[in-house]
Design a protein. Structure first.
Length: 130
């Protein structure tokens, strides 16, 4: 079920990338991570598919991906960015907090793993830099 959810979103994005972008992190020619921004509407974007191989944590790659995505949102003049994650992804949650995302919603999910999983929505307000 989770794989279907991800593939459906990626397929929709590949059909229409308007207002969005996908970045891939590589180390020595090997894909080790990704992050994407998709357009929800003219002022709201969604951060999606933020993945980093655990063997490459603590190398600054996640930070670089996050900064690239946020900078893109600012250049596109988005005012708000949100994302959905799960509570067990502590490293990602640390980065969301670091970049001033705020946890705004939680909901139970039993579909993806067959056991209880807590989905979380995190939101970030972007302000014009003067």
């Amino acid at each position: 079920m989770f794989e279907y959810y991800v593939m459906k979103g990626l397929t929709e994005f590949m059909i229409n990338t308007d207002g969005g972008e996908l970045w891939i992190a590589e180390v020595d020619g090997k894909m080790v991570g990704s992050i994407a921004i998709t357009k929800s509407n003219d002022i709201v974007a969604q951060l999606r598919w933020f993945v980093l191989d655990e063997n490459y944590h603590s190398m600054g790659i996640g930070k670089k991906l996050m900064e690239t995505a946020i900078d893109f949102c600012k250049k596109q003049r988005y005012k708000h960015v949100y994302l959905w994650t799960v509570s067990i992804l502590e490293t990602a949650r640390y980065l969301y907090r670091k970049y001033n995302f705020t946890l705004t919603e939680e909901k139970q999910n039993y579909e993806w793993t067959g056991s209880k999983l807590v989905e979380e929505r995190w939101d970030l307000e972007l302000f014009d830099e003067k």
